[in-house]
Design a protein around this ligand. Structure first.
Ligand code: NOJ
Length: 535
């Protein structure tokens, strides 16, 4: 029993669905909301609680839904608002929660607000976006770039001004300094919250306010040609501005008009800056997404140092969280290597804090190679050949060994991984040693053990490729020992005369084993031990 009150989003596991790729119910090769509905039992049996669905709003799909043209609707490709209502009801019937993706930094250029804004300099919606006169040389107002290549400024001939877009030119940035924009967006949030949605994942939260003097960004001295041209400059004046925290706080106030809703901010910043998004007195975002496990090299010492730095930097009452993969980064199994995939899963689900899983990681999906004529992602199209494309991690979920992996009976919008006949849900459910069954056991253990859900994090001295730590709650202790390397390693947790029992191991032969004082782990092995005797 957990004594103190913890909220659902602190205890439970979140799972991201990229709706185009989860399950297609109407055979157009693109996933949809009724498709997700068909798979709710699967998610429930997996043991996850919160389902986060990437955008399904009306959109011209220049950035596959992150260019929203109506914040309070459903794109017909994904279904209808009735389909949404039904999905939400069924999620709640299963005692699960639904988190939507909210994209406040920019709209689509086809959003009616922008269509008005671009009409004339004195249009009432002009100030809803960021319009500036050309610079002294007639070019863009400053050197701010767009994350998807080229200048961040697009010239509009008819009104003779530039508008700013942090991503594609089809994604003009909203002017969040304008109270009218704030109110319109808060009302969009309320529309979904009134329906009973349990929270939002907020897209690029650290981008929402830009420098009011529009100063040039400084040159990045560490830039190398293999990186995106966007990285030529340090994003000092177009992101992470001090005033963003006032906006985040106002968004939080909207969330607080309702019970137990969660706001998660997508923020790629170093730890010291990331934690400021919890806000003063914890009035910011509940969970600033922590991408350390995604961006760091897969190295036991580096990860251990980052975990400790993160733990040490959290503000009082700031609840931690961890992410291993998403629709913008190479899949975990590809990044860390197949042999390490179970270690990564164990780490994600045993560190202190809310874990977010990415669809398909639980069956061991890997990046799929995309040929030049199959590329969909605008980032790859605009900045080709640098490995920035995000299609490889967005391919359809593999449900069974039928054609198109049971995702759709039509040709899917992105290719299916070649080995889908082996790596799929149906097949893995049959095999006790599959990745999927490993995840199920891991999730079950976590869900049944308060120490793993909410217990303290106690660092344990480790060396070489070993990373270990203890989780403890109400006197019950678990030692997690993970071998990040390809040779045998040992873990001496610094406890006196202790005995432990293996509750879960990456390698089934270790299951149930009793261990005394010293843990030896073979290459790529990991264990969760319950410490049963310790002086
Ligand atoms: C972050 C999202 O995760 C990404 O997929 C999108 O392209 C950009 N924001 C722009 O909205």
């Amino acid at each position: 029993m957990i004594e103190q009150e913890y909220l659902w989003w602190q205890k439970e596991i979140l799972y991201q669905i990229y709706p185009r790729s989860f399950k297609d119910s109407n055979d157009d090769g693109i996933g949809d909301l009724p498709g997700i509905l068909q798979k709710l039992d699967y998610l429930q049996e997996l043991g996850i609680k919160g389902v986060w669905i990437s955008p399904f709003y009306p959109s011209p799909m220049a950035d596959f839904g992150y260019d929203v043209s109506d914040y309070i609707g459903v794109h017909p490709m994904f279904g209808t608002i009735e389909d949404f209502d039904n999905l939400l009801k069924e999620i709640h019937n299963r005692d699960m929660k639904l988190i939507l993706d909210f994209v406040p930094n920019h709209t689509s250029n086809e959003h009616p607000w922008f269509q008005e804004s671009i009409k004339s300099r004195d249009d009432p919606k002009r100030e809803w976006y960021i319009w500036k006169d050309p610079g002294p040389d007639g070019g863009p107002p400053n050197n701010w770039g767009a994350a998807f290549g080229g200048s961040g400024w697009e010239y509009d001939d008819s009104t003779g001004q530039y508008y700013y877009h942090a991503f594609l030119k089809e994604q003009p940035d909203l002017n969040w300094r304008n109270p009218e924009v704030q109110e319109a967006m808060f009302n969009a949030m309320r529309f979904w919250l009134d329906k009973g949605v349990d929270g939002f994942r907020v897209d690029v939260m650290w981008h929402m306010i830009k420098d009011d003097q529009f100063r040039d960004n400084p040159i990045n001295p560490d830039y190398t040609e293999d990186k995106s041209p966007y990285d030529k400059y340090i994003q000092a004046y177009n992101t992470d501005q001090p005033e963003v925290h006032e906006i985040v706080k106002k968004m939080r106030n909207v969330m607080d008009e309702y019970d137990e809703r969660v706001m998660i901010g997508e923020i790629y910043l170093p730890i010291d800056k990331l934690v400021t998004y919890y806000g003063e007195d914890n009035e910011g975002t509940h969970l600033p997404f922590n991408f350390l496990l995604v961006v760091l090299p897969w190295d036991a010492r580096k990860i251990e140092a980052a975990v400790n730095e993160y733990e040490g930097s959290l503000p009082p009452d700031g609840w931690p969280n961890w992410v291993l993969g998403n629709h913008d980064n190479s899949r975990m199994a590809t990044r860390v290597g197949k042999e390490q995939a179970r270690i990564a899963a164990m780490l994600l689900l045993t560190l202190r804090g809310t874990p977010t899983m990415y669809y398909g990681d639980e069956i061991g999906m890997e990046d799929v190679e995309i040929s030049a004529d199959e590329v969909m992602d605008p980032q790859e199209k605009n900045i080709p050949g640098k490995g920035l494309g995000r299609d490889p991690e967005r391919t359809p979920m593999q449900w069974d060994d039928s054609p198109n992996a049971g995702f759709s009976s039509a040709k899917p919008w992105l290719p299916i991984m070649e080995n889908y006949q082996k790596i799929n849900v149906a097949n893995e459910l049959e095999n006790d040693n599959s990745t999927l069954n490993f995840y199920k056991k891991l999730i079950k253990l976590r869900n049944n053990e308060p120490a793993l859900q909410v217990g303290n994090f106690i660092p344990v001295p480790s060396e070489e490729n070993m990373f270990s730590f203890i989780r403890e709650y109400a006197g019950k202790k678990f030692l997690i020992a993970l071998n990040f390397g390809s040779s045998e390693e040992k873990c001496e947790p610094g406890l006196k005369d202790w005995k432990g029992k293996v509750k879960l191991a990456t390698h089934p032969q270790k299951q149930g084993e009793e261990i005394k004082n010293l843990v030896y782990l073979g290459p790529h092995q990991g264990v969760i031990l319950e410490i049963i005797d310790n002086q």
